[in-house]
Design a protein around this ligand. Structure first.
Ligand SMILES: C[S@@+](CC[C@H](N)C(=O)[O-])C[C@H]1O[C@@H](n2cnc3c(N)ncnc32)[C@H](O)[C@@H]1O
Length: 401
């Protein structure tokens, strides 16, 4: 993206990066906060700030390689300057903050440092090695695919409208979209924009949900009138989708450990005109009391998020290796305990937004070996390099006895 040579934009960028890298803030929230802080910035300014921050979060290690020193609070201007100096077409403003940024040296250092593929693709060594050990050459394709920008995809709320009507309404506002043929309820925006201010969003005609994620609720084969448990419902992206597929009939029990997430779910349900969701905070005996009660169970498990790094590039730097070990143990426990909630003959879907086999097919193999009364009907990993959307895993399992 071409440099906009205005100091206040760069101050916005460096402040935002500081908060993301050194104050533990989430990239999306921080970008949103910065953009709200100056009402005088126009669409071009905002686009420049958002894009530069996301690029720099994504390419942190590559830029550090070209600086040949780590990013710190002290080197943050050099970090930003180095990013732009890597592109010979860009001309850095002659500001004092960029005095020590020498494009020729940067390009020379980049040439050397990017011989290491983990630097060239900008991933921490441990993550790169973990993925490569698990997925071999496929990992190289996935890390590359997860370095591009995530498209914005909407899921039409079929309780309120249909895809064509939504597409036409957005077109009338000047928003160009494409219907995705392989995803029954999905519409993709041609250009990034803030879609949350539109009447269509406020009136619950759609939710923003990646196309890969939109495959999970239909995989559970729900129908009107069923009793469905969404065991890790969070703020309810999939619960809302299940409600649409069930035509608002039957019952969805949306559960999570955190009440604040379920509160957000309720708010979204109201906007979506969803009336068949009941929320429940999981306490010590909740799961035991619900055994053998559900026709369908969705376990959208907590995971490493190693399929959605292009949406959350800051996770590259925030995730720690021991978290992966811990999350695998938690997934195993959740599967073993929560699976008892379905009745004999009922179905469950176990899903993650990771592409690591240890969180996915290996987890299911262990579960089936320990629980012969469950049968795997199908499983699928969606890889970002193949779909151009987020990476996901889903397994459909039947309780047979
Ligand atoms: C992948 S997220 C769910 C996303 C959500 N289903 C959606 O579509 O928006 C996983 C969720 O599991 C929840 N969680 C973590 N540990 C849990 C546990 N032991 N039991 C139930 N939920 C748990 C987290 O709070 C988080 O909301």
């Amino acid at each position: 993206m071409k440099i906009l040579p205005y100091k206040n934009l760069f101050v916005g960028i460096t402040d935002t990066l500081n908060n993301i890298f050194f104050e533990g803030k989430y990239a999306d929230k921080e970008v949103e906060r910065t953009l709200k802080s100056n009402k005088l910035w126009g669409a071009r300014d905002r686009g420049f700030i958002a894009q530069t921050v996301y690029d720099l979060v994504r390419w942190k290690r590559l830029v550090e390689g070209a600086m040949s020193r780590p990013l710190s609070k002290e080197t943050i201007w050099e970090f930003v300057g180095t990013w732009f100096a890597l592109d010979p077409e860009q001309k850095l403003p002659a500001w004092e903050e960029f005095q020590k940024v020498y494009p020729k040296e940067i390009l020379k250092r980049h040439h050397e440092s990017s011989k290491n593929i983990a630097v060239a693709e900008s991933y921490p060594d441990w993550m790169f090695e973990l993925g490569q050990a698990a997925l071999g050459d496929r990992w190289l394709e996935e890390v590359h695919a997860m370095n591009s920008q995530a498209p914005t995809v909407l899921r039409v709320n079929t309780l309120k409208t249909d895809r064509k009507t939504l597409q036409k309404a957005l077109k009338d506002r000047g928003v160009k979209t494409n219907l995705l043929s392989k995803y029954q309820d999905a519409i993709e925006l041609e250009e990034k924009m803030n879609i949350f201010r539109t009447d269509e969003f406020q009136n619950g005609w759609f939710e923003v949900q990646d196309a890969g994620s939109q495959l999970i609720a239909p995989y559970l084969r729900v129908g009107p009138g069923m009793r469905v448990v969404d065991a890790c419902a969070g703020a309810g992206g999939k619960s809302l989708h299940l409600a649409s597929l069930m035509e608002n009939k039957g019952q969805i029990i949306a559960m999570d450990l955190y009440e604040w997430k379920l509160k957000e779910l309720k708010r979204r349900a109201k906007r979506n005109n969803v009336q068949n969701i009941q929320t429940k905070v999981i306490e010590a005996k909740t799961i035991k009391r619900m055994e053998n009660t559900a026709d369908r169970l969705l376990i959208d498990a907590p995971c490493s998020g190693l399929g959605v790094l292009r949406r959350n590039p800051d996770a590259k730097w925030k995730l720690q290796p021991q978290f992966i070990d811990e999350i695998v143990v938690l997934q195993e426990k959740i599967l073993s305990e929560y699976s008892k909630v379905i009745k004999v003959g009922g179905l469950m879907v176990y899903a993650t937004c990771s592409i690591l086999p240890q969180e996915n097919e290996q987890q299911i193999e262990k579960f089936l070996a320990n629980n012969p009364n469950y049968k795997l009907l199908s499983e699928k990993t969606h890889y970002p390099s193949e779909t151009n959307y987020d990476g996901f895993y889903m397994a459909l399992i039947e309780r047979t006895a």
